[in-house]
Design a protein around this ligand. Structure first.
Ligand code: ZN
Length: 317
């Protein structure tokens, strides 16, 4: 190979003439880097660097401009994204697509660059809100199971049967459908946990004075229908007391259970749109009207917190 046919150097800082090794990419761009830096972050590269050899013009493909050349299968774009993360005084590139993040992650895995992988995982998770299933599949394939669990949480924001179309191509790359099955099971467990939290709402009242909650007041307008009678204990009573709950309040919990099956998150039960019909029914009653506008949003935010806490404890299997 004549010197004029040599691949070009990458853009700065990867054209540094003092750097002592060249990484040659699959699309033939040469990155000049320092062995000591690359060796510190990657045991694979460290082992790959040849021992110091005398310059030998008979092996031009192994050396260029007096330094050894290591050929890699990654493209220049991917190597640039990876090397900028470890290069001193360089800001990592802002990766705006999964197509940029994934090859860089694959390279960090292949070359055992743990710190680079940690930085790239943050990029990967930044796509979890908009493309949770893709991020989940990518993380599973790369055996980043902690990241997969994080992405799985984002999939709870929509019904599990509302799958994106077309199917994310990353799912096709999974070695087995077991991962997808595990995701469905995770949804099921979270759904059961969320609805179970709502159905055990009575626990929320422990230690509360029942009179403080307007829907437990003893007299209501005739139109404010009573629902079931429930037994409740509080700090003022040793023997549980029978309390009729307002029907609108009971309906709020039934609707909440239905709603969290589709969107498994505490925020589902606090949204103004969700609360509105129940507030409307309550404000039609002269008694409920007095405090419901404060108490129901407060109560629902406590319920939401309990739902989120319970979901966060649901394990991967
Ligand atoms: Zn009422």
């Amino acid at each position: 190979m004549s010197s004029s046919a040599q691949p070009p150097y990458a853009s700065p800082p990867f054209d540094d003439p003092d750097a002592d090794v060249i990484i040659r990419t699959s699309d033939l761009i040469d990155f000049r880097v320092y062995k000591v830096i690359l060796g510190m972050v990657s045991p694979v590269f460290k082992d790959m660097f040849p021992m110091p050899q005398p310059k030998n013009d008979n092996h031009p493909t192994c050396h260029k401009d007096g330094v050894p050349v290591v050929t890699v299968t990654e493209t220049a774009e991917t190597m640039d994204n990876v090397l900028r993360i470890i290069h001193p005084m360089q800001e990592p590139r802002h990766l705006t697509t999964l197509e940029q993040v994934v090859p860089a992650l694959e390279a960090s895995d292949k070359y055992m660059m743990n710190q680079v992988q940690q930085a790239l995982v943050k990029y990967l998770l930044s796509f979890a809100a908009s493309a949770p299933l893709r991020v989940y599949a990518i993380a599973c394939r790369l055996k980043l199971f902690g990241t997969a669990r994080e992405a799985a949480k984002y999939t709870l924001q929509g019904p599990v049967y509302s799958l994106p179309s077309p199917m994310p191509r990353e799912l096709d790359q999974l070695p087995t459908t077991a991962f997808f099955y595990a995701l469905l099971q995770y949804h099921q467990r979270c759904s059961k946990t969320a609805t179970g939290t709502i159905s055990s709402w009575i626990q929320l009242l422990k230690g509360e004075s029942l009179q403080q909650l307007v829907w437990f007041s003893s007299s209501h307008a005739k139109e404010c229908a009573a629902g079931s009678t429930i037994k409740i204990s509080d700090i003022f009573r040793i023997v549980p007391v029978e309390v009729p709950v307002r029907l609108w309040w009971e309906d709020y919990h039934r609707a909440a259970e239905d709603a969290v099956r589709d969107r498994i998150a505490g925020a589902t039960v606090t949204e103004p749109k969700f609360l509105e019909p129940f507030l409307q029914r309550a404000t039609a009653c002269s008694t409920c009207r007095t405090r419901v506008l404060v108490q129901l949003p407060l109560y629902s935010s406590q319920l939401a917190k309990r739902i989120d806490d319970a979901i966060s404890k649901v394990g991967p299997s």
